[in-house]
Design a protein around this ligand. Structure first.
Ligand code: QAP
Ligand code: CO
Length: 170
């Protein structure tokens, strides 16, 4: 089922999401619906709060380097994530399904060591770099009510607000 995506400046996006405690069929349905919703909107990442569920659940679906087709094989379902270690810096031109049509450069950690659970409640610990790492950090910010536009410099923030006003007039 395709769900509605909550758009900026809806206050729902500012909620702090809660940890998942039951890895049950309800969670599996949410994950499946989130995936359908993300693919339908040409997204590469989605947090549960973007479909109005305040749970620490996120998806990232970035093609491996050896092919550029988006497929479910590359889907990563991340629940209750914690960053254990970070390394380096990377600047990426980010977008967000909740802020459609706006893209801007954001500075993130280049490499992260991540602790998380999968849909079956199995613990994982993995290292991510580059695009994957950026996408996970972007989605993890959603769990704490933070959007990529909050991280912009004052001048880029002004550019965003100007484009926002322009789009509201249309
Ligand atoms: C988060 O964002 C992300 O404005 C995922 O018109 C993005 O999937 C993390 C999208 C970049 C790291 C780097 C945005 C689709 C999709 C739009 C997305 C739009 C259509 C954004
Ligand atoms: Co986003």
């Amino acid at each position: 089922m395709i769900l509605d995506i909550v758009k900026y400046p809806n206050k729902i996006l500012r909620k702090i999401s809660k940890e998942v405690i039951k890895f049950d069929v309800e969670l599996h349905n949410l994950l499946d619906n989130m995936y359908e919703t993300m693919i339908n909107s040409n997204g590469v990442g989605l947090a549960a709060i973007q479909v109005a569920y305040p749970l620490r659940v996120l998806l990232v679906n970035i093609p491996r380097e050896d092919d550029n087709e988006q497929c479910k094989e590359d889907l990563l379902e991340i629940i209750n994530p914690v960053i254990l270690k970070t390394e380096g810096e990377i600047i990426w031109n980010e977008g967000c399904l909740s802020v459609p049509g706006f893209y801007e450069e954001v500075k993130r950690f280049d490499k992260i060591s991540l602790y998380y659970y999968d849909r079956n409640g199995i613990k994982h610990e993995n290292i991510f770099e580059g695009f994957m790492s950026v996408a996970i950090q972007h989605e993890m910010d959603h769990l704490n009510g933070i959007l990529f536009v909050d991280k912009l410099s004052l001048i880029k923030r002004k550019k965003f607000e100007k484009e926002l006003r322009k789009n509201q007039k249309k």
